[in-house]
Write a protein that binds this ligand. Structure first.
Ligand SMILES: *Cc1c(COP(=O)(O)O)cnc(C)c1O
Length: 458
């Protein structure tokens, strides 16, 4: 199997190439040339597997050229040994909602599930054996700490994490800026997540700079992240033993929910994928009106979803536009020249076959946290609450699994406001977040970031 780009179907890259690069040349995103399709009988067999064995089975389809199955299985065991739950994730019933807790890893958000394995893949694929790799990543709050936990103190790897200054929660920032070793560099950009992501994409597209620092990326545009996230759609669907299940997914960069779309393509009979957005509702708008028009990012109580340019949406567009790379290029050109693009009626209908888009306001999110606590004595984080809110609006869909994307402790200020309780740190979080925080504040500029990186690696 090879990988090509959404903007250039003629590309033929290996998993190792795309793992290292993240973003395709010319700005597109990588996609696999084949997607394995499981039959009903296959699904029966998969439903018997433990989380780790299922992960081995699913992920192997995408990287079978670079690793044998036993070695992959060993890497997966190792990656998830730090999780609090033996089965990595946990499915719970909260009222009429099925909650899939994805936040039992070392930094308390679903990002750990992909990042722990990615950290070990950097070693396994020996990408940094002879030459130091410099990873540059943008974070809306949770990717950064997950990447730091996975890559801290790895040989020949430096990690530069760009987060939007003062726009993530205190605990998110404290985890990020206190757990790293000497190879970790935290940068607070005076701008939004979109600004951080834009700078990272620009650096990837500057061939000289990219080559000079041997740059790599672990943002959700990296296909390896998506692959790891497909696993829990299969796991939870098969565990629930029902038919026609929908998933409600708190969404920002469209990475997590895109993994659900790939799971559906692989034969998992998902009914609808529900995109829950906050007031940064570009995805809700494009699904319901066809207009994709990024606005200015508005800060919310769900900072990990404060994103307007949802990069992974381009991967869906590729299929909606009948796998025509030229048409993807042309819409992306419209986006950069006119600031928006519009989908045709039949294209919107295609999206609506698989997706629903629901916006949940901050006020609603707070109310949901309060209601769930009062009714079920259970505390959910604000991101997960948007997933609950969207699911509640679509009760006629039948069984819904809501992805629990972060532990409430990470957003303890909002929780305190909603239910008046001060949460304690979960015991397995072996962090000392009262340690001195280490990060530098830098202007929202491509060249400032480049100079900073160069100053650190020389
Ligand atoms: C990253 C994140 C999201 C959004 O996921 P995307 O893959 O960017 O759509 C939602 N909730 C939490 C807690 C996150 O960390």
């Amino acid at each position: 199997m090879n990988y090509f780009s959404t903007r250039d179907k003629s590309l033929k890259c290996s998993f190792k190439d795309i793992f290292l690069r993240g973003l395709a040349p010319g700005g597109g995103l990588f996609l696999p040339s084949e997607i394995k399709k499981y039959t009903k009988e296959d699904l029966k067999r998969l439903s018997q597997l433990s989380y780790n064995d299922l992960a081995t089975e699913i992920i192997f389809n995408f990287i079978s050229k670079e690793i044998n199955k036993d070695e992959l299985s060993t890497l997966i065991e190792k990656s998830y040994s730090s999780f609090k739950e033996n089965e990595v994730v946990k499915l719970k019933k909260i009222g009429n909602i099925n909650l899939l807790e994805l936040y039992h890893g070392p930094t308390l958000a679903f990002k750990d599930i992909a990042m722990q394995l990615i950290g070990n893949l950097y070693d396994y694929l020996q990408v940094a054996k002879t030459k130091t790799v410099n990873i540059v990543v943008a974070t809306s709050g949770d990717t950064g700490s997950a990447a730091i936990a996975a890559l801290s103190n790895r040989k020949n790897i430096n990690l530069f994490v760009l987060h939007p200054h003062n726009k993530i929660s205190n605990i998110q920032r404290k985890i990020m800026t206190t757990i790293g070793g000497a190879n970790i560099h935290n940068i607070a950009i005076e701008g939004s997540f979109d600004d951080c992501q834009k700078i990272v994409k620009e650096l990837f597209n500057e061939d000289d700079f990219r080559a000079k620092i041997n740059m790599s990326g672990v943002n959700s545009i990296n296909w390896a992240r998506i692959v790891c996230q497909i696993v829990y759609y299969f796991y939870s669907y098969l565990k629930l033993q029902k038919n026609n299940i929908s998933f409600s997914v708190p969404t920002g960069n469209f990475g997590d929910i895109y993994a659900g779309y790939v799971a559906k393509k692989m034969g998992l009979p998902i009914n609808k994928l529900i995109v829950a957005t906050n007031k940064n509702d570009i995805l809700q708008r494009v699904i319901n009106t066809g207009e994709y028009k990024p606005d200015k990012v508005k800060p919310s109580i769900t900072p990990s979803m404060d994103i307007q340019v949802a990069s992974n949406f381009e991967r869906l567009l590729f299929y909606i536009l009948d796998e025509n790379d030229g048409n993807v290029r042309s819409l992306m050109n419209d986006l950069s020249s006119k600031g928006s693009f519009n989908l045709k009626k039949n294209e919107i209908e295609k999206i609506k076959k698989d997706f629903e888009g629901i916006k949940i306001t901050d006020q609603e999110t707070e109310t949901i946290i309060e209601e769930v606590y009062k009714k079920h004595n259970f505390i959910i984080d604000p991101h997960t609450a948007t997933g609950f809110g969207a699911a509640n609006r679509l009760k006629n869909l039948g069984d819904i699994i809501v992805l629990g994307t972060a532990h409430p402790y990470k957003f303890n200020d909002t929780i305190k406001k909603a239910i008046g309780k001060i949460l304690k740190s979960p015991e397995h979080l072996k962090l000392n977040i009262d340690k001195k925080e280490i990060f530098d504040i830098i202007g929202n500029s491509n060249s400032d970031v480049k100079n900073y990186i160069l100053s650190k690696i020389q």
